[in-house]
Design a binder for this molecule. Structure first.
Ligand code: G3P
Ligand code: MG
Length: 251
């Protein structure tokens, strides 16, 4: 909290970029997030068949890339030939599935926090952790990076490989004193499905030195409540809403 008792401003993580108004997980969505005042970006990382880290949410291509089959069965060159924007609106035709390097370059330039969600619960993607950590180090953005996953074995491995890079536990609901669980795998943050988050849990986590980052919150009333609870970050499709609510707070 600040000296006057107000909760510190949360990190505003644009979920899949500014996905409320741009095609998710594209460079246009990430750049829009920066323009709207996001202070962080959340994205989903998978591996192409030839081991390149790519940013796409679904394990299959049909919804956002207009092709059949699995992301992990296509080479980087094949993925590059797909259109990742036209499904959202014709205006965005020609957007590509980004390589992790493209986003990390933006992160380095802007100083934003990046929340890299490893999408490795459906497919294991052997080597994903080491690949992502190598890229983060090559771009020199270790201090701006948070690695999250629903696969907590993967987070434990990340901590082993890179103790200096923060990790966040993704989970749906109902964990008892999740900040204690977080400590068992060296995690720094809790990424909880929002409707499950209660103020006393946020306080319990804070007292234990663990950050709460609820997902995915777009309703203004709920955003206001979370800001008041003092969550360390909020994952939202509409970063501009959080920016506006924060600016409306009494000084
Ligand atoms: O990181 C929060 C959120 O992105 C997790 O769910 O399915 O949107 O990747 P999903
Ligand atoms: Mg995600």
């Amino acid at each position: 909290r600040t000296a006057d008792g107000q909760a510190a401003a949360p990190i505003i993580f644009a979920h899949r970029g500014a996905s409320g108004t741009r095609p998710e997980n594209t460079m246009v969505a990430f750049r829009r997030a920066v323009e709207l005042g996001a202070t962080g970006i959340e994205t989903d990382v998978q591996l192409s068949a030839d081991g390149q880290p790519v940013l796409i949410h679904d394990e299959t291509l049909s919804r956002t890339a207009g092709a059949s089959g699995w992301v992990g069965d296509k080479t980087w060159a094949e993925l590059q030939s797909l259109d990742a924007g036209g499904w959202y609106h014709p205006e965005f035709m020609g957007e590509r599935i980004p390589h992790l390097d493209e986003l990390l370059e933006l992160v380095r330039q802007t100083g934003l926090i990046v929340n890299l969600e490893l999408k490795n619960t459906v497919r294991a993607y052997e080597g994903l952790e080491a690949t992502v950590i190598e890229a983060v180090r090559r771009h020199g953005v270790e201090r701006q990076t948070l690695i999250s996953s629903f696969n907590h074995y993967s987070l434990a491995l990340c901590k082993q490989l890179a103790p200096d890079i923060r990790t966040g536990i993704l989970y749906m609901e109902g964990l008892y004193r999740p900040w204690e669980y977080a400590k068992t795998i060296g995690a720094d943050a809790l990424h909880a499905y929002d409707p499950a988050v209660r103020a006393e849990w946020v306080q319990g986590a804070r007292a234990a030195g663990v950050d709460y980052h609820p997902f995915t919150v777009n309703d203004e009333g709920r955003l206001r409540e979370l800001i008041e609870m003092g969550t360390a970050g909020i994952i939202t499709d509409h970063p501009d809403r959080v920016v506006r609510l924060l600016s409306q707070r009494r000084p």
